[in-house]
Design a protein around this ligand. Structure first.
Ligand SMILES: CC(C)(COP(=O)(O)OP(=O)(O)OC[C@H]1O[C@@H](n2cnc3c(N)ncnc32)[C@H](O)[C@@H]1OP(=O)(O)O)[C@@H](O)C(=O)NCCC(=O)NCCS
Length: 339
């Protein structure tokens, strides 16, 4: 079996109809995004597609799309009779390497289905928090049959952890390395003014992080950069009792009984990564998640000017309620409209 692979050029237009048919067939099963012949023609001309030939016959196709914010690796198809031989991985890897070389500064994303997710992981991609997808990619879901189910639709979101790219993940509670790094980072960040909290200890913070697992919709988001955690954000659903415990009083009890309430608890960004929109990005992703989960009220509290700015921009307003031992630390509230 003689296998060859190449990136497309103008001469490959003779294969366009065959590729169109391959996509069309899989698209009927909702497994691969539809592409028109005009789109394919542009893609072929820009060397954005890879073709796999077996003994000179076209048997596989994969491509990437150039977005403003990222490169999306997409459309991996191997003809049925040649599947389960590692050819899909070889072709995807071939196209990925070419694209990485051409766009070394870009973020690389992939939205694989259940058939290709293992291939994408094998190529080194890791989970991305789906609600942190760039808006232009999210908007491109518009024509998908499962658009109304987002984020619980069939595609998963993965990112290639390229050098010098920041990306957002949902903390995996089984990943002890990440939990350890997060706890260390957490202890450091609260030593800063205006918090001046020197009392946090790594082991107890780890337990506090893991305690979110037991909470309803308890989530820690983490931002990573060159393998290091550079930002975090935590939130969960709360009931009246839990809120009383968190607040140390019952002044927020009137917020309960009228839809689901969530508490937005922690947001921290490493100093060298501040003032670049990362805090806003984590916070925005958390709100999108809470909204998708049907939350009607989000509560938060702070006295940090940067956090106040983020809350204001996100449409929160400052309440009259504050922390009992720290009156400068005010509660903030946002009401989400039903979708
Ligand atoms: C608060 C914090 C998370 C902000 O993160 P960040 O990534 O720098 O925030 P962004 O870059 O998204 O900034 C969002 C807005 O806040 C403003 N801002 C950020 N830090 C600010 C500060 N210290 N003072 C005033 N405004 C600030 C930004 O200028 C930006 O304003 P804009 O919307 O007009 O452009 C970060 O400073 C931090 O981790 N601080 C230590 C931990 C902390 O206090 N967390 C809040 C706990 S409740």
């Amino acid at each position: 079996m003689n296998i060859t692979m190449k990136m497309t050029d103008a001469q490959d237009l003779i294969h366009l109809d065959k590729v169109f048919d391959m996509i069309f067939k899989e698209n009927r099963n909702s497994l691969v995004a539809y592409k028109s012949k005009a789109e394919l023609k542009t893609e072929f001309g820009n060397a954005q597609a890879g073709l796999l030939f077996i003994d000179g016959k076209l048997c596989g196709y994969s491509s990437f799309k150039i977005w403003q914010s990222c490169i999306e690796m997409m459309s991996l198809i191997v003809k049925k009779e040649f599947r389960n031989q590692g050819l899909g991985f070889q072709l995807r890897q071939f196209v990925l390497e070419k694209a990485l070389k051409r766009f070394p500064e870009k973020m690389f994303l992939s939205l694989p289905n259940k058939n290709s997710i293992n291939i994408v992981r094998k190529s080194g991609f890791v989970d991305l928090f789906k609600l942190a997808l760039p808006l232009e990619l999210r908007e491109s879901c518009e024509n998908c049959l499962e658009e109304n189910d987002f984020p619980n639709c069939h595609c998963q979101a993965l990112v290639f952890p390229s050098e010098n790219q920041v990306y957002i993940q949902c903390l995996d509670y089984e990943n002890l390395e990440d939990i350890d790094s997060l706890a260390k980072f957490y202890c450091e960040i609260w030593k800063e003014s205006p918090w001046n909290e020197y009392f946090w200890e790594i082991e107890s913070v780890k337990q506090d992080i893991l305690a979110y697992r037991a909470r309803e919709n308890g989530v820690w988001l983490i931002a990573k950069f060159n393998g290091q955690i550079v930002g975090f954000m935590a939130y969960s659903f709360v009931n009246e009792e839990l809120m009383k415990k968190i607040a140390g009083h019952d002044f927020l009890s009137s917020e309960f009984g009228n839809g689901q309430v969530a508490y937005s608890a922690e947001l921290g960004i490493m100093q060298v990564k501040r003032l670049r929109g990362l805090g806003t990005a984590l916070f925005t992703a958390s709100i999108a998640d809470m909204s998708a989960e049907g939350v009607s009220t989000i509560l938060g509290r702070t006295k940090a000017p940067g956090m106040e700015r983020i809350l204001q921009t996100a449409g929160f307003y400052q309440m009259e309620v504050s922390h009992p031992n720290d009156p400068g630390r005010k509660y903030w509230k946002k009401t989400l409209s039903k979708q």
